[in-house]
Design a protein. Sequence first.
Length: 330
Amino acid sequence: MDESHAVGGITDPRGQRRAVVLGGTGFVGRRIVRLLSEAGWEVVVPSRFAARHKDMGLWPSVVLVDMKSVAQSDLATHREAPGLAELLDGADLLVNLVGILNERGNDGQGFKRVHIKLTKAALRAAADAGVPRYLHMSALGADEENGASHYQRTKGKAENWVHRFGRKHDIAVTSFRPSVIFGPGDSFLNRFAGLAKLMPGIFPLACAGARFSPVYVGDVARRYVEAINDPATFGESYDLCGPHDYSLGELVSYAASTSGHPRWVIGLPGWLARLQARVMEWLPGKPFSRDNLASLQRPNTCEPDCQREPTRLEDIAPSYLAPDACLARW
């Protein structure tokens, strides 16, 4: 091997362990990237929106790679974004956190592209590059055969595939299946707090009785990093849940009151919940969909004998939901 190697035009020091984190600029990804950086890893983070995350490029040994091709002033020249093969050359670890909660359509094709097609492309490229370790983000409730939604079925299929592929190609695979994840910048409690602000005293809610075991983003990131060098985790899949279970109604009520907008949460009957999902599919950002509604038909909680993560929702959420909270970006 040469004395140094280049990724996206940036030369990296020889001998430092290198991780490639797909989805590294996201809610969970930023925490994992920071922990890897603090642990002495060189962390390559590809992003189609690198300009939005310039702060990460200032973290020690973090290489933020712009995945958009940029035409130079001379029209005869053109820089191509690096491919997966180039990014993974010489890497010791691949972390895949990429996922979506909703797709543009309603036929499952968007979920298949992101959860299955991208995962297969990434892990095949890792095998070609000789990457020995892979950490995968699945989801609690993921089930290839019996999932209630496109989201759950595609997550389950991807998870099953990475474990089979890892065994066949001698890649140590560990997958994680978290319940809903909370923390500063989350899209769960923050979304309900924002919606509560718009509601006139009441908050109509589909599937108010759906059950969750919210898990703190810091605990999730720690579990990922702790697993890297632990042979006991190779080939395993772990459910990740916080210390307590809540109904969706309880979580929405808590988010609303903690953010300074207490509301009376009213559970909707099934037919009205389906109507709400159809209507909200057309709103910007697609805040709720029929696929989300299908996912809510099953508890998103861990089994009684599952080891729970320690951090309580009530110890963290006020720090970013309360009206006077100072929200740190990460």
